[in-house]
Design a protein around this ligand. Structure first.
Ligand SMILES: [Zn+2]
Ligand SMILES: [Zn+2]
Length: 338
């Protein structure tokens, strides 16, 4: 098959690689219908994560089941499926507790920007639609494989409830999804921290009631003003940098929780503030499978349209340009078609 590979920082290729095959009886092979580039793919692209030269890259895709292993019973060849980026058996103690991202049999999609992808734990992981979905639903279904579920997890971890004032730190695809999640979970006021006009527009479409363009201490002061000096009832940290985490804790009201889903890079927690203000921290890698049935229903009924985060669609063969566009912030999120 042909797939997107990474050879060195900035060196993305679309080339011939070995087809993924059934390695375990619980596996399935998916023919990819749409894949996409994740903000976290930019860490190795920028040389901030180690790279195994020539390895496939991409963990977000949807598609049609091509082949299943001998132990797979619920998933059928020909099913159209949402592939959560982290695979799980959905039966172990951690899955039963809603922590599918820490499943004892966890796996990660390896070639979501290629023509085929292997899914481990097919029966536990895959959620099928009722037949082939309408073309216009494809971007939103693709968003469920990671960013929408991750934004949702941030809102759940932060304990967003009806009537709350929620603040979302970060205006990438996950942050924007967090805005949508907070609004869906009943927050009365959703404040999006965003400096970029096109992203502010999507945030508003997703339910943001206020936009704060300032960052750092200025941004924190604006949030304090907007909340009569009290701070936010719930904060969603969707970046993963030390600055974003500092802001999150600075604007969280005493007794609240920061829900964090940005992959942490160089973050130091303000443990003294956490102690004196009784502000908690919850979240981590999203248990995507846990939220999929509910999110799929919300997409199909038109309650949410998370596919709006895709502002550039390219043929998969031009994935290198997709990476450049996201790296240079010319695109929020890039959809790739095989
Ligand atoms: Zn991702
Ligand atoms: Zn499990």
């Amino acid at each position: 098959m042909r797939a997107t590979t990474i050879h060195a920082p900035g060196d993305i290729r679309f080339e011939e690689v070995p087809d993924p095959t059934i390695e375990e009886p619980t596996d399935a092979i998916i023919k990819v219908v749409a894949g996409c580039i994740c903000g976290s793919d930019l860490w190795p692209y920028r040389g901030e994560n180690p790279i195994k030269a020539g390895s496939t890259i991409g963990h977000e895709c949807i598609g049609v089941v091509e082949e299943v292993g001998s132990a797979v019973s619920r998933t059928k060849v020909g099913d159209f499926v949402i592939v959560p980026f982290c695979h799980c058996d959905n039966t172990c103690a951690h899955c039963a507790a809603g922590m599918q991202s820490a499943c004892v049999n966890v796996g990660i999609t390896q070639s979501g920007q290629g023509e085929y992808a292997r899914v481990t734990q097919a029966d536990g992981s895959l959620v099928a639609t009722d037949g082939m979905p309408d073309e216009h639903h494809i971007p939103s279904l693709l968003a469920l494989t990671d960013v929408m579920a991750t934004g949702w997890h941030a809102a759940v971890a932060a304990g967003v409830k009806k009537g709350d004032t929620a603040v979302v730190v970060g205006d990438g695809a996950v942050g924007l999804s967090g805005v949508l999640a907070a609004a869906q979970l009943g927050a009365e006021r959703v404040i999006a921290m965003s400096r970029h006009e096109p992203r502010q527009e999507i945030a508003r479409a997703f339910g943001a009631t206020d936009i704060v363009a300032e960052r750092g201490e200025e941004g924190e002061a604006r949030i304090k003003d907007l909340t009569d000096g009290v701070g936010a009832d719930a904060v969603l940290e969707c970046v993963g940098t030390d600055g974003a985490m500092k802001t999150a804790f600075a604007i969280a009201r005493p007794g609240s929780t920061v829900g964090f889903v940005g992959v942490p890079h160089g973050v130091e927690l303000p443990i003294r503030t956490m102690f004196s203000q009784n502000v908690g921290l919850a979240g981590g890698m999203a248990p995507v499978r846990r939220y999929l049935p509910d999110l799929l229903d919300r997409v199909l009924t038109g309650a949410i349209d998370p596919g709006k985060v895709f502002d550039l669609t390219l043929p998969m063969s031009e994935s290198a340009e997709g990476y450049r566009a996201m790296d240079e912030r010319r695109a929020i999120k890039v959809l790739l078609q095989p």
